[in-house]
Design a protein around this ligand. Sequence first.
Ligand code: HSE
Length: 291
Amino acid sequence: MIKISVPATSANLGPGFDCLGMALSLYNTFEIEVSDTLRLDNVEERFNNPDNLFVQAYMKGMKAIGRTGSIHAVFHCDIPVSRGLGSSAAMITGGLYAASVLHDSALSKDQIFELAAEMEGHPDNAAPCVYGGLTACLKQNDSCTVGSLNLDSNWITTVLIPSFEVSTASARAILPASVSLKDAADNGAHAILMVHALETGNEALMKLAAKDLLHEPYRKNLIPHFDAVKRISEHDTGGACLISGSGSTCLLISRQPLSRVGLEELAQVPGSWNIRQLSVDPMGVSTLEAD
Ligand code: HSE
């Protein structure tokens, strides 16, 4: 069997709403081989059917390369579902990549991205999932343009994952239909400075730039104790704590790791927050090994 690996992703990064995203070292891996009939192993019962996003994406990839047939896949999923860490993008990207890898690498990464963005609807997750690192993307009508951005290597990325889920649908429904011209202009400035701060490693600039006006003020109401998590983690590290994707996970970007005292304070916050220091995944979806 061939083993493939797909990273978690954190979209938005504060003011980069629907545009910026970063791949993280938390993975779903899949052992795959071609099969006449569909066979999925180690899958939660609710996902063990042909509607599974990985399977749907595999079939889409097969159609794109003009092949028929099915797959036997063994799932090893570490990316939590409905937590703003790109689990849907990882499933979709994994299925498309599997179709390609099992058929002479018939799809390029650009083609996989195009198909994944079309199926997922959120290119800001699909882009880092496919290419790795820090990405920016622009969706216009049916096409997406992606740029891979430089990232200072000394940033520390920590995810704070609560026990509760937030659905992307409810996190989008809570957003206003329009914002003021001033807020739109300010957010653009923040997003540009955020990218510059991430590239240069300038923490003071990042703290100023990380302020978002388009989604976080609304979505934090879906994340109980967000303000406490933000206050404690930023005070402890000097970094910036953001909503990861549409939540419920928070992403802390800092120069210092959380201290023992900070971790103890966070442990007192209701929500059973699972705190993990991760690195930025530089590769995106990739093949690990073949038997
Ligand atoms: N940019 C999207 C959103 C990502 O914030 O709704 C969804 O994970």
